[in-house]
Design a binder for this molecule. Structure first.
Ligand code: NIG
Ligand code: FE
Length: 445
């Protein structure tokens, strides 16, 4: 049997989504005769920048073998079928013939808000009639209008919603999901949201990385006393989420109408004190000076629609990943998209994510996000795929386990019913994913 590679642990508490999945176990899985196998293997490791974003490591007539949830070999089909362990155990292996198909690492959706109860149709109609995000929020819609549903719901009801979302994502090639709280905004409702994420994560074979977004907006009962709410986030929510191992990251929505730079700094400092890594929603609606935030080395800066040139150069010097979420730009229909080319050309590692949420991005589809990245942000199909896999993994500090198909990594694999990888972003709003393998567990349409 081929020898397992090394897969060092990340050093971060990214496994906070709970114990290994009860009742689900991964056997041996072999994919063969793959027309284009995109391994994304690289000698450099880590997040991909500049020209590295185009390196797909394609193998033709490829094969991938995974055993017990880990990839053990990646190569061509004839070598895989000659392997003595494969020959001896062939009857026990679940085999997927992939003639004419494309196989990629499972998508890593590194920015989602799945813990909510209801669609926001009034906001949707207002937007269609021309209202802006801020106008909708000021008139009682937006994030605050999702609070009631989450506060009233039981943990189990929320978990069911999250699980349904994870399943929908898995059916479209996503194998790792970052999931934020942020629609409860009381200590109790935020912890309940994180528990719901954990409960859903235990029932889904993929990987879920939970994030506390208690600082999404100031809830109505704290209006005009945002400092007291920030106090509650810092003195209660973060310590409790950390103590109960319910979150791997802390996020803040830094924007006018949400939290100031000063408040953001306070929250980032407290998160670091509790050994939680950080990611920040920034420059979504307006320019903002990122220097004070960069001091805290967030794992990811998200949105960055209005990032300034000086800050782009500063981000390029760090390990911070820029997670772009163009489906929210599409849905808000502002006609403005994040400056992906500028970021890539400056050497910033760019990731792509859905930003799945009820207000600005009600989509679970990473292929749709890839399509937007190509058509609206002028990324190549190769750059979009690397951004949606390896760089998403790095933004979650999981680059050593996820994001490429290499021996020793988690067996997170997506099979697409297309003959060329460029068709993944090309077929707009279609789902060509036929099989997803999540931690070695196959799910087929
Ligand atoms: O990423 N910007 C803040 N959070 C979400 C929107 C949330 C909402 O409108 O419900 C976002 O776009
Ligand atoms: Fe978001």
């Amino acid at each position: 049997m081929p020898v397992l590679g090394k897969y060092p642990t990340s050093g971060f508490r990214v496994d906070a989504a709970g114990p290994p999945k009860a009742g689900i176990s991964a056997g041996a899985v072999l994919l063969i005769n793959i027309k284009q196998l995109l391994t994304l293997r690289s000698s450099s490791g880590g997040a991909r920048r500049g020209a590295e974003l185009n390196e797909l490591g394609i193998i033709r007539d490829g094969a991938v073998l995974s055993v017990g949830g880990k990839i053990v070999s990646v190569g061509n089909t004839s070598d895989a079928l000659r392997d003595p362990w494969v020959r001896e155990n062939r009857r026990k292996i679940t085999e997927f013939p992939c003639e004419g198909k494309v196989v990629v690492p499972g998508f890593v959706d590194a920015h989602t808000h799945p813990v909510f109860m209801d669609a926001r149709l009034i906001d949707f109609e207002k937007r269609v009639s021309g209202a802006s995000y801020e106008e909708i929020a000021e008139s009682g819609g937006g994030i605050r209008s999702s609070l009631k549903g989450v506060r009233r719901a039981t943990r189990n009801q929320l978990a069911q919603r999250v699980l349904a979302t994870l399943e929908e994502m898995g059916a479209q090639g996503t194998t790792t999901v970052e999931a934020k709280s942020g629609y409860g905004l009381t200590i109790e409702a935020e912890l309940k949201s994180l528990e719901a994420i954990r409960e859903a994560a235990c029932r889904w074979p993929g990987t879920v990385v939970p994030t506390l977004l208690g600082a999404h907006v100031v809830p109505p009962e704290f209006l005009a006393r945002s400092h007291s709410y920030v106090d509650a986030v810092c003195k209660e929510m973060i310590p409790l989420a950390a103590k109960r191992n319910l979150a791997a990251f802390v996020d803040v929505f830094t924007e006018r109408g949400a939290f100031s730079l000063k408040e953001t700094e306070t929250i980032l400092r407290v998160a670091a004190h509790h050994c939680l890594a950080t990611r920040v929603h920034v420059c979504q609606l307006a320019k903002c000076n990122l220097q004070p935030i960069l001091k805290y080395h967030p794992a990811s800066l998200d949105h960055l629609d209005y990032v300034e040139d000086g800050d782009v150069a500063a981000i390029a010097k760090l390990d911070t990943v820029a997670t772009l979420v163009p489906a929210s730009n599409y849905f808000l229909a502002t006609g403005h998209f994040p400056p992906a080319r500028k970021l890539i050309d400056a050497g910033v590692p760019v990731a792509l994510a859905t930003d799945y949420n009820p207000g600005t991005s009600p989509t679970t589809s990473m292929p749709f996000v890839l399509s937007l990245a190509c058509t609206q942000m002028k990324m190549s199909a190769a750059e979009a795929i690397v951004a949606a896999t390896m760089n998403g993994a790095c933004s979650l500090r999981l680059g050593n386990r996820k994001g490429s198909l290499e021996p020793g990594k988690d067996a997170d694999i997506a099979v697409f019913e297309v003959a060329d990888y460029r068709e993944i972003p090309y077929w707009v709003a279609a789902n060509r994913c036929s099989t997803t393998i999540l931690n070695g567990i196959p799910r087929t349409e």
